[in-house]
Design a protein around this ligand. Structure first.
Ligand code: FAD
Length: 409
């Protein structure tokens, strides 16, 4: 009596990739997406580990053909301090060391076009408003693109609704992370950068010279435009009296970005997001599992969002495929625990960034220990699930050791 084996809420990277894995394994899938694509979403700098998953899901050719900006690493700047990191110098024995910086409107459209061409039923303009969930028996209620209310029955639901966080909100398991309230201001620009030393193959992460909790991203695209944004603590009363554009311009001009982007022209209005760090009390339950941002979002500093979204999509699809093949599955052991392992690694890195341990490591790296450097680079390249890397298996222990070493140097 089901309309499909698996219903997916949301057609962002998590939803599209999960749908493709399931479809390729012979499960029937329907994706309900509230918006019509292309649509803007932030999250434009991919990590190399994304490429492995896109390749396994069969999206690689479509993404490579799109002409996105090549990316091989990151540059960190803090006042006069500078560190360039090449993702190809990582700890992995195989896997990608490069990736792309993508305008997400185009990237997400490419993924969904490719999935649709492969025969997956993606229904745009279909907004899920209610869910009844039980083992093997789920029903989603949604408003279709004509405004009519309809129902969809499936054996399982994957929630890939991103910032919509549809199931966590409905089930009362959404948790905002109030301890880290920060605001992001960002826009797209025609960057008009003429500085010959500027490396368009890397994301530029700039740290405010005196307020080290404030940082900026500059993500160049292949068409001469860039995404530029700043993250700063939201609670500081001095910001409340200022217009967002004034805050943005002031903060940019307090760093070298002011000179680098002196001739830049905005191509989008300034956007703001606050309170984006969120978690869910559980990642699965009877009849459902949460993917990507719906499961949780840490922080943008290491560009880990899309990587975690894709990793969760592949892991959840694997469990559903095994269940479909009649195997015993354990969502805690096969999905929640292994996913959390990598997320916890990123979480430790994020904590270490804001308490400045990681900034100390990045800006004071001993140049002679290339093996340790490779372990750090691996995580920055998105390989946060490889437990052969001591910085994954014992993240906090090694972060402390590295910090003490770099602090002395
Ligand atoms: P999304 O991409 O958000 O897709 C979810 C989809 O679900 C949307 O299309 C939405 O329309 C749909 N939806 C929502 N509600 C409903 C509903 N009721 N019914 C049907 N459909 C629904 N990540 C990176 O990897 N690199 C970066 O450089 C980066 N920078 C960031 C900067 C900032 C300031 C922030 C806040 C985040 C950043 N991220 C970055 C994170 C990134 O935005 C997300 O992690 C990523 O988009 C998550 O993908 P997703 O597929 O889970 O969700």
């Amino acid at each position: 009596m089901h309309d499909c084996d698996v219903a997916i809420i949301g057609a962002g990277p998590a939803g599209a990739v999960a749908a493709k894995f399931l479809h390729d394994a012979g499960l029937s899938v329907i994706v309900l997406e509230a918006q019509t694509f292309p649509r803007f979403v932030i999250g434009e700098s991919l990590l190399p580990n994304c490429m492995n998953i896109l390749e396994r899901a069969g999206f690689l050719d479509a993404v490579e053909e799109a002409g996105f900006q090549f990316k091989n690493g990151a540059v960190f700047e803090r006042g006069p301090q500078y560190q360039a990191i090449d993702f190809r110098e990582n700890f992995e024995t195989d896997g990608w060391g490069t990736t792309f910086q993508v305008q997400r409107a185009r990237f997400d459209k490419i993924l969904t076009d490719h999935a649709t061409n492969a025969g997956i039923d993606i229904r745009f303009g279909h907004k899920v408003t209610r869910a009844e969930l039980a083992k093997g028996e789920c029903q989603l209620t949604f408003e279709n693109d004509q405004g009519a209310v309809e129902h969809l029955r499936s054996g399982f639901v994957l929630d890939a609704s991103g910032y919509g966080r549809v199931l966590p909100r409905m089930l009362g398991i959404a948790r905002s992370d109030h301890s880290t309230e920060r605001r992001a201001l960002f826009t797209h620009i025609q960057d008009n950068i003429t500085d010959q030393d500027y490396d368009r193959n890397k994301i530029l992460i700039t740290v405010h010279p005196t307020h080290h909790e404030i940082w900026y991203w500059l993500i160049p695209f292949s068409d001469g435009t860039s995404s530029v944004g700043v993250i700063f603590p939201d609670q500081d009363p001095k910001w409340s009296a200022m217009e967002q554009q004034d805050i943005f311009d002031t903060l940019i001009n307090e760093t070298r970005l002011g000179t680098l982007l002196a001739d830049a022209k905005p191509t989008r209005p300034l956007n703001a997001i606050a309170g984006y760090s969120a978690q869910s009390d559980q990642l699965f339950g009877d009849g459902y599992a949460l993917l990507g941002n719906s499961a949780g979002f840490l922080d943008p500093v290491f560009s880990s969002g899309v990587t975690i979204a894709l990793q969760s999509a592949e892991m959840a699809a694997k469990v559903l495929i095994e269940h479909h093949q009649g195997k015993d599955v354990d969502w805690q052991k096969d999905y929640a625990d292994p996913l959390e392992k990598g997320v916890a690694t990123f979480r430790s890195y994020v904590d270490a960034w804001y308490d400045e341990r990681l900034q100390t490591i990045i800006f004071n790296q001993p140049t002679d220990d290339t093996q340790i450097k490779r372990m750090v680079v691996s995580i920055l390249a998105g390989y946060a699930w490889n437990i052969d890397n001591p910085l994954v298996s014992k993240t906090d222990h090694y972060l402390k050791m590295l910090h003490d070493l770099c602090d002395q140097s």
